[in-house]
Design a protein around this ligand. Sequence first.
Ligand code: FAD
Length: 383
Amino acid sequence: MNELHEDLRKAVQKMCSKFSDEYWRKVDANHQYPEEFVNTLTDSGFLAALIPEEYGGAGYGITEASIILEEINRSGGNAGACHAQMYTMGTLLRHGSKVQKEEYLPKIANGNLRLQAFGVTEPDTGTDTTQLKTTAEQKGDRYVVNGQKVFISRSQFSDLMILLVRTTPLKEVQRRTHGLSVLLVDIKKSLGNGMTIRPIRTMMNHATTEIYFDNLEVPVDNLIGEEGKGFHYILDGMNAERILIAAECIGDGRWFVDRATKYAGQRIVFGRPIGQNQGIQFPIARAHVNVEAADLMRYRAAQLFDEGKPCGAEANMAKLLAADASWEAANVALQTHGGFGFAEEYDIERKFRETRLYQVAPISTNLILSFIAEHVLGLPRSY
Ligand SMILES: Cc1cc2nc3c(=O)[nH]c(=O)nc-3n(C[C@H](O)[C@H](O)[C@H](O)COP(=O)(O)OP(=O)(O)OC[C@H]3O[C@@H](n4cnc5c(N)ncnc54)[C@H](O)[C@@H]3O)c2cc1C
């Protein structure tokens, strides 16, 4: 761990210390967007970690960005409220035109615009992305968008959305990955003009929504990259997403292990700390071991990513190992706290609900295992 990383950790810890357990408990209970936290994170420049300096960002690599998100979750907070801006911005950065980058990136970096929404998932197609049904048909200088998306998080608190649509019908393309395109949608202008957002209440505070498109007009100038190549642009950003989510899970895992250890040392039952019993201390120790092991894969994936080397296998393995380790640690922390683990004021049940998401989103454990089986081990494709 180098000096920059240590300084970065300390700076993020200092910022996070202003947001207490009570703060996160309150926004969770009210299903409220943590505006104050996201604004502070933006003003500190941390949210613009991956935006190059020429556009007003910090110009960091994925390793540094992952440290920022890890520390947010490690502090008891939830980076899920804002993490998407780090990886969705990459689609614009890598594939946007010079004009688009100059127009949007400085405003995203300084907080004038939020790019927090990423519209891929649809109700009828799920993980099978190439089958998505939302279409965009070009009419003059506009695309006319029709369809529906589901579980699109933070769309009510974002100015812009990266939207994946089909621009060439499936039956007219040679490969099912062809004919998909990425549009940059101005959410504020679109609301009431062909786009409707409906919130979905979930078991944790994630500001997720469903979105309906009914002849929404998007300027052709808002197409990112080339028409028909959108699937590859989205895939490009997925390794970054996997590594960043892995780091959040590492932060969660360490938070759970800390809380469990502290409680096990203090809680006296049968005249001695419960942590003196191996039945209590071994599961905590094992959870710690698994979090630390997953962390090594997270750094391995981040290093390869920052060196510009292929890292699909490592990014997926890091995400799987870290999500499993944080979920194991969550279960252990809940068990260690006995009945108090279920009481809101201990925050265990809140973080337990939050970290559970990463078994399913942004990619489920099964789909990672399929990827490893097919692309790393060479087994036949199973779906
Ligand atoms: C809180 C939340 C926030 C989200 N935010 C966003 C967002 O901002 N943007 C966005 O685009 N999406 C978002 N998602 C969607 C998320 O990425 C999907 O839920 C996830 O990819 C799984 O898709 P699905 O729900 O359609 O499940 P399905 O694809 O229907 O799968 C259901 C289950 O079946 C399993 N399964 C499916 N196919 C196979 C197979 N071939 N082999 C083995 N198992 C299989 C899956 O692993 C899963 O467990 C969010 C989801 C949630 C819950």
